[in-house]
Design a protein around this ligand. Structure first.
Ligand code: UDP
Ligand code: MG
Length: 312
């Protein structure tokens, strides 16, 4: 069984055509599938269109969110309802081409847990394309997960890969990074991308700025969640050592008779040492929080996120 999850916000003109295209793409494979539309608090007629579609068909599920919570929440709500062993996500605005789904599934069968689309010839204004390039490059460098296009709406997942991922805020942009940090195999294939036909993009250019904050969150949580002192303590130690050397030097020349009270170097040395102590303390407090969290979790639950399979 295959589940297709479609998050949508004010896409009344697109949903019916999208359902038709998904059906056309999946029916030849003769596999059973369901299409889960998540209405993210639309203020147009989307819900009415969906309700009608639900009445006319047998494999449409409609999830209606109380208000507009954003794409991440919409996806998470859809994932929770998905019954399939494989889950595909696709944008509702017809920019992603459902005809690509079989290719994604074929790639998944090669032994990957997540296959992401890559809008290699993106049909959006050039400002968006440029910023998206920079954003994807920064994400690849900072996170260490080398993809051309992390935030493509069209993706296919094995259900296990989704189970541990908690999407909130705007973290949907980093699903491949989150999955990769959890040890899942991530691949990417170029997909066809079409211009938006109805309505406007729901996101402005400031998404890239906010995305950078999320990048820090995701990378920090992925790499240092279980050892925060390594980050804070590491930086703290470096600063503390530099400060210590400066203060030693000043002490020596003070003993030699020089006046040091007016020297900017003194301020720098003191600042470095104080900040270092703060950073190391912050690291220790973070370790306390982490260890409490780990203790509260059951052993089974803790290991489930680590162990792939056991052969007996
Ligand atoms: N979307 C959503 N909730 C939101 C904003 C967007 O469910 O708050 C959906 C939207 O309907 C579309 C997909 O997420 O199906 C991608 O949005 P959009 O096309 O505006 O983004 P872009 O293609 O410009 O990245
Ligand atoms: Mg779009």
């Amino acid at each position: 069984m295959l589940s297709v999850v479609v998050p949508l916000y004010n896409e009344e003109q697109s949903v019916e055509a999208l359902y038709g295209e998904i059906t056309a793409a999946l029916e030849p494979a003769a596999e059973q599938f369901e299409v889960i539309f998540v209405d993210d608090g639309s203020t147009d007629n989307s819900l009415a269109v969906l309700t009608q579609l639900h009445g006319e068909t047998t494999n449409v599920v409609v999830v209606n969110l109380r208000r507009n919570f954003g794409k991440a929440a919409a996806l998470q709500a859809g994932f929770l309802e998905a019954k399939g062993d494989v889950v595909v996500t696709i944008d509702a605005d017809l920019q992603d081409d459902p005809a690509e789904i079989p290719q994604l599934l074929a790639k998944l069968d090669e032994g990957f847990d997540l296959v992401s689309g890559w809008k290699s010839r993106r049909n959006d204004p050039w400002t968006r394309r440029l910023l998206s390039r920079v954003f994807n490059w920064a994400t690849a460098v900072v996170s260490g997960v080398r993809l051309h296009d992390v935030n493509c709406g069209l993706k296919a997942y094995r259900a296990e890969a989704l189970r541990g991922i908690r999407l909130y805020g705007e973290l949907h942009r980093f699903i491949p990074v989150l999955a990769s940090y959890r040890g899942f195999r991530v691949a990417e294939i170029p997909v066809h991308h079409r211009p938006r036909q109805h309505g406007r993009s729901r996101y402005g250019l400031n998404r890239y700025l906010r995305g950078l904050f999320d990048l820090v969150t995701v990378t920090f949580m992925g790499r240092y969640r279980h050892r925060p002192l390594h980050l804070f303590g590491g930086v703290g130690l470096l600063m503390g050592f530099a400060g210590f050397l400066i203060l030693c030097y000043l002490t020596v020349i003070k003993i030699g008779g020089a006046a040091i009270g007016q020297r900017p170097l003194l301020t720098l040395g003191v600042l470095l040492v104080v900040v270092a102590i703060q950073l190391i303390s912050l690291g220790l407090v973070s370790e306390l929080i982490t260890s409490q969290h780990e203790e509260r979790m059951g052993e089974r639950e803790r290991m489930d996120s680590v162990v792939e399979e056991v052969l007996r």
